[in-house]
Design a protein around this ligand. Sequence first.
Ligand code: GDP
Ligand code: MG
Length: 447
Amino acid sequence: MLEKISQKFGDIVRTIGGKSQITEKNVEEAVEQIKLALLEADVNLRVVRRFVNATLEEAKGEKVLRAVQPGQQFIKIVHDRMVALLGEGRQDLVLKGPDTTSVILLLGLQGSGKTTTASKLAYQLKGKGRKVLIAACDLVRPAAVEQLSVLGAQIGVEVYREEGATDPVKVAKAALAKARHELFDTLIVDTTGRLQIDAAMMDELVQVRDAVKPDESLLVADAMTGQAAADIAKTFDEKVGITGVILSKFDSDARGGAALSLRSVTGKPVKFVGVSEKPEGLEPFYPDRVAGRILGMGDVVGLVEKAQAVFDQDEAEALEAKMMDETFTLEDYLDQLKRMKKMGSMKGMLDMIPGLAGQVDESQIDTSGMKYEEAILLSMTRKERTNHLIIGPSRRTRIAKGSGTSVAEVNRLLKKFEKSKLMMKKMAKNKGAMAKMMQGGQMPGSR
Ligand SMILES: Nc1nc2c(ncn2[C@@H]2O[C@H](COP(=O)(O)OP(=O)(O)O)[C@@H](O)[C@H]2O)c(=O)[nH]1
Ligand SMILES: [Mg+2]
C-alpha cells in the first residue's frame, strides 16, 4: 500500500527534515522533488500545480526559515497541505435511523469492485447492528447475480434476486418494496458497470437512482487507475450524481494518485478504501493517516506540534530578548527546564523523526538530571532565583538540604547557569544560533 510514493516522500522528508537551517533554495529544491514525486504518483497535473504553488508560498515565509526546526516546520506544511488534498477529516456514511430504510447505491465501471464492496459494506453495517438487504441489479454480466448470492451467504446477509430478470429498474423497485415491508433498515444496490463510460449505462443508472432515491450514491473506483479514477468519478457525478467515493484495491496501489486527485477534482469525499478481497477488507478513509503514511513518518506531525508548543517561536524570541539585555535569571532557567521536561516525555518518540534523532542529544533531555535541578531551583526563594548573586554559602547549604542534594550539586548548577548565561549572551548576538542553543550546548538538565 502506497510503497512507491512513501519511499519518494520518505527520501525528501529525510533530506530536508534533518536540516537545522534551511534556505529558500533548499525549499525550492524540496518542492521540485515533491512535484516530481506527485507526478510520478499519477496525481492530476492541476492538483500538483496548485499544491506546489501553495506549498512554496507558505514555506518561503519567515515562519519556516526562521523557525527553531525549519526542516520539520517545512514537513509539517507539506503534511497539512496533503491532508487538505485528501479531504477534511473522516467522512462517514450519512444514513437514516433504523426506523426507516436507507438506500446505498453503488456505481462504477466493470471490475472496479462494486459487487465485492456491496458485500463488504453489508458486512460492516451488519456488524453495527443494521439489518441489510442487497439488491442484485447487475443483470448484464451473467455471473454477477450468482457472485453476489455467494458473497451474501458468506456474510449472512440476504440478497434480493429475480431469476431471469432483465430490467434492473424493476428489480431495484421490488427490492426496495421488500426492504420496507420486511423492515430492513438498509438496502445496498449493486449495479451494472461497463468497461468504459457510455450513455446507455448512465441512462440505466439514472433510472435506477430515480427508482430508489438513494441516501448515498457511492462511486466504487479502482485505486490502481490513478488519476483516471478522479476523472471517472467526475463524470459519474455529472451524469448521475454521487455523494462520495470508495477507493477499492487500495492495498495494491503503490502510488496514491487516485486518493490524492479525487477530492480536488470532484469535490467529493473518499469515504472508504478497500484493502483486501475479503468481507472485512473495507476501512474508513482517514486523510491524516494516509498523509502520514505517504510522508513515511508515523506521527511526526503530532510530535512537531508538541515540540512547537514546547519551543514556541514567540517564547524563543522573548528569551532571546532577555538574553540580549542580560535579564535571564534562574527563574527563566526553571521555566526552560520545565519545557525541557515536557520534551523529555517525548524522548522515546524522537527516533521516529527522520533527521531529528541526530539533532537532539539524548543526554540533554535526561529527565533524572532535570529532576535534581528542578528540586534545587524549587528550594530557592523567588528572590534568589531572580538574583542568583545573593546566594551565599549559608543559602547554598539550606538549598542543598531542602532539595535533598548536596552543596556541590548546588554549586554545580549555579556554575552551569553562569556559564550558559555567558554563552547565551555570545550566541544571542549571532542570530540563528538561537536554535542551536535551544537544542544543544548548556541546556538545563544536562550535566
Ligand atoms: N485486492 C483487492 N481486490 C479487490 C478489492 N475490491 C475488489 N477486488 C477484486 O476486484 C475484482 C473485481 O471486483 P468486483 O466486485 O467483481 O467488481 P465489479 O465488476 O465492480 O462488481 C474481484 O476479483 C475482487 O476480488 C480490494 O479492495 N482489494
Ligand atoms: Mg459486479
